[in-house]
Write a protein that binds this ligand. Structure first.
Ligand SMILES: [Zn+2]
Length: 267
């Protein structure tokens, strides 16, 4: 990959919109190109700062209702216009001409508002996007671990004083998932524990933070931007596990991890 292509893909990468192969190609380029790696890091830092300090507002129900109504009316009007003899002539004109010259600025403004409204993701989708973006970021050179150690007794104490909770850190090297290390990350505008494991050449990122859910939620597997993502909650903790590893081995990791956490929690 050349630098120009790398730069073209960078903002999609930072937004977690590249598929797994394209993201991998980009990280391979950045591993050997300090200029691109630095540019990408600045972009990710900016993104992280906005994510951490930026304000978010959900659309109030009344606004949603108005937009829905306006959309229905707009659909009806479009049908009327194209059905009339004059309308058929209009329908053949270039769309930009109609939107600017005939339909007027209000329609253009409406279209912009609607596009913004439709592109607002749900809270769960936003969380998944944050996890994918964080996973991407961790794959950049020297970003995987703030404390690089395969020893759980080194990694676990590293978190104390940095977090207001103690994340479970387990060793699964015997099962073929060696611990690589830990780092602090920001998800949902709060610091969380991120633990990195490896399976052959695949990186697994496990995110842990205290949740509000009263009940445990069983693991659920989804695919986000080409990555497998498993979410579950257990004993008051939220977990997200992401990797390009195949689903079967990732589920196997989750089962072993949960069993080991339970075992370690016993007195
Ligand atoms: Zn480059």
């Amino acid at each position: 990959m050349e630098c120009t292509e790398s730069r073209d893909r960078m903002s999609a990468f930072a937004d977690g919109e590249l598929d797994a192969l394209a993201a991998w190609q980009l990280t391979q380029h950045m591993a050997h190109c300090p200029e691109c790696a630095q540019a990408c890091e600045q972009l990710l830092d900016l993104r992280a700062a906005v994510r951490q300090h930026g304000q978010r507002h959900a659309a109030p129900p009344a606004l949603r209702q108005r937009l829905r109504q306006a959309l229905l009316e707009e659909g009806d009007r479009a049908k009327e216009v194209t059905a009339s003899p004059r309308g058929r002539k209009w329908a053949r004109l270039p769309w930009t001409w109609i939107s600017l010259g005939v339909a007027g600025a209000s329609t253009a403004a409406f279209a912009v508002t609607l596009a913004l409204y439709l592109s607002v993701p749900s809270e769960a989708e936003r969380l998944d996007q944050e996890i994918v973006a964080s996973h991407f970021r961790s794959l950049m050179p020297d970003h995987l671990a703030d404390v690089a150690s395969s020893d759980q007794h080194t990694v676990k104490p590293w978190f104390s004083g940095k977090l207001d909770f103690s994340p479970p850190v387990v060793d699964l090297a015997q099962a073929g998932f060696p611990l690589v290390g830990g780092r602090l990350d920001y998800i949902k505008q709060r610091p969380v524990a991120a633990l990195a494991y490896r399976r052959h050449q695949h990186v697994l990122n496990l995110y842990v933070w205290p949740g509000q859910a009263q009940r445990d939620a069983p693991p659920r597997l989804t695919v986000r931007q080409g990555y497998h993502l498993i979410r579950w909650s257990r004993s008051g903790m939220e977990y997200r596990l992401i990797s390009d590893l195949n689903a079967a081995e990732l589920m196997d990791f989750e089962r072993r991890l949960a069993a080991q956490i339970d075992q370690d929690a016993r007195p």
